[in-house]
Design a protein around this ligand. Structure first.
Ligand code: PHE
Ligand code: NA
Length: 454
């Protein structure tokens, strides 16, 4: 039998797949979101739950997504339909892919706003606006930015266009090229910053905050946030990794690549935390400060350090690049689907998608200024989009994908795609995806729902 190929192209080799998927995974979730939600949820105990979720829920589900994508070699919506039919089930499974595309739009809209902040900081650092700033000044600069909807709009627009340009280029000339250059550079710069933070004299405080497991601080709310974040950070539950898997070479082993991607993502999050918290404590800032945490601490650190203007500039450039490679994977599933189903050129598809996420993004950025009085379930639009996707839609998508891969895809198909024998390793995955992942996610959902209602 001839090997099936995606009409969109394929990664040159397994390392490109690892790099591209790591580019999707490593993003604002690691450098911006992980430190601030860890801060809000009291540190160590939260980190422990997060790590357990990555291992027991994230890794098996990521394997499931890659296997379904690679089997069908189509966009997630069509892949779910195809693989369901191949195994003798209803094509309605494509609805899970459709929900994923919607989650992707919603994530993109607030992601792009934060990426816009990053771009503003790139410009600010470059101009030297942060040289010598203390924490109060840095806080004021950030708050002024939030209040200025025109600046937010400009940077949000720039980011959407950047993403659109790459996705329009296609898998090889767009995605692959964009991914492989900047990931190693990001890693090097993160280590440099870590080196700096180790010299603030408060490294131990930061370390303890992250790794001292004080279980008494744990609430069911925090567990839900940790679970949701494990989906968000690994780009799971919405089809991004499934789409990337559909371009994966047949020969590559799914288990090994997925473990590598998850390990790199986790490493970057922990290093980001180790870089940021010592600076927080050195400057008597509040670790629970919320979304602004990184945008206040880092400028303070760079503002004081020798060569800080240059390093700060480079560092925000690299956060921007990390956000860029992630947002590309937010747009790719929908773009591939439009090309497959509507006979549309990739360029036209990308323009349509960009306009949609751009519009939604305006609602998100308005939360900080012209829409600040508007709330949904007591949250502003930005928080609502974040909460609804990370804590509800992605875990829900994850439950469906795990049930699908675990119970509906034929065992023979899974064995074949995972290139595995029926050995203990296979059964470890099989038990995780059939029982552990869906049951754990459902229980955490149920408890949170119960607590909200009672
Ligand atoms: N994983 C990305 C991050 O951590 C966010 C993302 C979520 C990207 C879902 C794609 C899909 O920043
Ligand atoms: Na991530």
């Amino acid at each position: 039998m001839q090997e099936k190929q995606s009409i969109h192209g394929s990664w040159a080799n397994r390392w490109i797949f690892i790099l591209a998927a790591t580019g999707s995974a490593v993003g604002l979730g690691n450098i911006w979101k992980f430190p601030y939600i860890t801060g809000e949820n009291g540190g160590g105990a939260f980190v422990l739950v997060y790590l357990v979720c990555i291992l027991l829920v994230g890794v098996p589900i990521m394997m499931g997504e890659v296997l379904v994508g690679r089997r069908a070699r189509q966009s997630p919506i069509n892949a779910m339909r195809e693989v369901a039919k191949e195994s003798g089930h209803s094509g309605k499974w494509s609805l899970v892919g459709l929900m994923g595309v919607m989650s992707g739009f919603m994530i993109f809209s607030f992601y792009s706003v934060v990426a816009g902040w990053v771009l503003y900081y790139v410009a600010g650092m470059g101009k030297g606006d942060f040289v010598g700033v203390g924490s109060e000044q840095a806080g004021a600069i950030f708050n002024n930015l939030l209040g200025d909807w025109q600046s937010l709009m400009i940077w949000h627009t720039v980011f959407v266009v950047m993403v659109m340009a790459v996705v329009a280029g296609g898998v090889n000339k767009g995605l692959e090229r964009a991914t492989r250059v900047m990931m190693p550079a990001l890693f090097v710069l993160l280590l440099l910053l870590l080196g700096y933070s180790m010299n603030t004299g408060h490294f131990a405080e930061g370390w303890n905050f992250l790794f001292k497991f004080d279980v008494s601080k744990l609430t069911w709310d925090a567990v839900l946030v940790a679970l949701g974040h494990s989906f968000f950070t690994l780009s799971l539950g919405m089809g991004a990794i499934m789409a990337y898997g559909s371009y994966m070479p047949k020969k590559a082993s799914i288990g090994g690549t997925v473990m590598t991607i998850a390990a790199m993502d986790t490493l970057v999050a922990l290093v980001a935390g180790l870089a940021i918290f010592p600076i927080v404590f050195a400057n008597q800032l509040d670790p629970g400060a919320g979304p602004g945490l990184m945008f206040v601490t880092l400028p303070v650190a760079f503002g004081q350090m020798a060569g800080g203007q240059l390093f700060g500039f480079l560092f925000f450039v690299l956060i921007g690049v990390a956000a860029w490679t992630s947002a590309i994977s937010l747009m790719e599933p929908a773009a591939a689907w439009l090309v497959e189903n509507f006979n549309m050129s990739r360029k036209v598809a990308c323009v349509l998608l960009a306009l949609t996420v751009w519009g939604l993004g305006i609602l998100a950025l308005g939360s900080f200024n012209f829409l600040s009085d508007f709330t949904i379930f007591g949250m502003n639009t930005f928080d609502f989009l974040d909460f609804a996707t990370a804590n509800i839609m992605l875990p829900l998508g994850g439950i469906f994908i795990s049930l699908f891969a675990g119970w509906f895809v034929k065992k023979k198909v899974s064995l074949d795609e995972l290139a595995m024998e029926e050995n203990n390793l296979f059964y470890l995955w099989y038990i995780s995806i059939r029982f552990i992942a869906p049951v754990a996610v459902s229980i955490i959902f149920a408890i949170n729902l119960y607590q909200k209602l009672v």
